[in-house]
Design a binder for this molecule. Sequence first.
Ligand code: FCB
Length: 497
Amino acid sequence: MSLLTRRRLLRRAALSATAAGAARTGLASTTAAGVAATTVALGGCDSPPERTTDPEPDRGLRFPDGFAWGAATSAYQIEGAAKEDGRGESVWDTFSRTPGRIRNGDTGDVAADHYHRYAQDLDLMRDLGLRSYRFSISWPRIQADGSGRPNQRGLDFYRRLVDGLHERDIAPMATLFHWDLPQALQDAGGWENRDTAERFAEYADVVFRALGDRVPVWLTVNEPKTVVQNGYIWGHHAPGIRDEDAAYLVAHHLQLAHGLAVQALRATGLTGRIGPALNLHPCYPADDSAESAAASRLHDGYENRLYLDSIFKGAYPQDVVDDLGPDSRMVRGVRDGDLKIISSPVDLLAVQYYTPIYVTGDGGTVRKWPTSEAEWQQIYPEGMYDILTRVTRDYGRVPITITENGLPCPDVPGPDGNVDDAGRVAFLRDHFAAAHRAVGDGVPLESYHVWSLLDNFEWAEGYEQRWGLVYVDYASQRRVLKRSAHWYRDVIRRNGL
Ligand code: FCB
């Protein structure tokens, strides 16, 4: 495939990935006409309301004993307290304060005010019955400028959080990097600069030594692909760059950072487990043609194998390397020994699944299923089964945790104060059932984290999209358990559906 075709492919994918952005710019979305919308009933948030207190009929689908049901968040999206206790600036502070970048001009300055309300949020988690909580650590809270002496007040906050989880019998799962790179490092070249990977390993070492006695599972880099695509190809995420050649060098350095952090944990002698957090997209040919099959295969290389083969096989996929070409900054940027670092053995793989991708013969993408409020998201629970079984088939029986899966809904409290997100309940139920089937077919899945615990700052969409099990009234910071939260509590009690 020529570079030109690939560019078009990426541009088309960009449109489908950011349809909210596309809507803003008046670009039409590409929906495949005539495809039966058999999942309509699954996804819409306008399904008829049911009473939050109604228990679901028992389907008899039980997960393995010890399966850990959880929920996920990330630091910039919920914490707020942007200027407190020695926190430095991150690329997302800069980006969200730049006019025109974020819907409604929203920023994460206050967000869900979790930095101040974490104790209340911990109680909510306990009330839900969560067994695992996946959160991220804000690098600029620990090192304001991304290097040097750690900020004890930042570490103390996460210490309190982790202790509070243990007190409530909830296992902490900490992500080291969920996109909030210290601005000072961005000023020095950000992820285009190989040194940033070294800085990341030093930061990781600080965090391991401060919290490692109480955190059993670490995740290194959240969705490197999203930084590559949204941050460096399409530019609608921080740092807002549009440079495809730079983007793939960034992909390499993010993976190097991952590998160095794995090695840093091993060097401490701590027993905690560690792995990458990858958003994987099952790619399917849009039709029966040989062209679609070939284009879909290459698309899969860019979406999935670029991040899986490197970590689990110690090599970048050859079709992607060939497609990038020998002159690409990435191919030139890989040094001897890098892939050995990147493929340092991990203990688990964190999978984040939201949507499938259908690829046409000319490298474009089309939609086949109804989308959610996030128009890049097609609702297709079967994709969860496909990606889980595929990973196990192609990369071996590495333990898997689902660290994100969820749906945005236009949630509004009703006259009785309840938030009736029946669409989210249906979405989660169908995805849980798909995961259950994958477990039955041999996938070593050990936990499932719904995105998200709380409504939060959804990056370029600001506060407009609500992804939480718990509604946040941003004016008062009051929390309301949505219908889905009540339902999820029953799922957890039953350990299944
Ligand atoms: C994922 C991000 C997470 C959230 C969800 C909706 O790509 O990791 O922070 O924005 O999408």
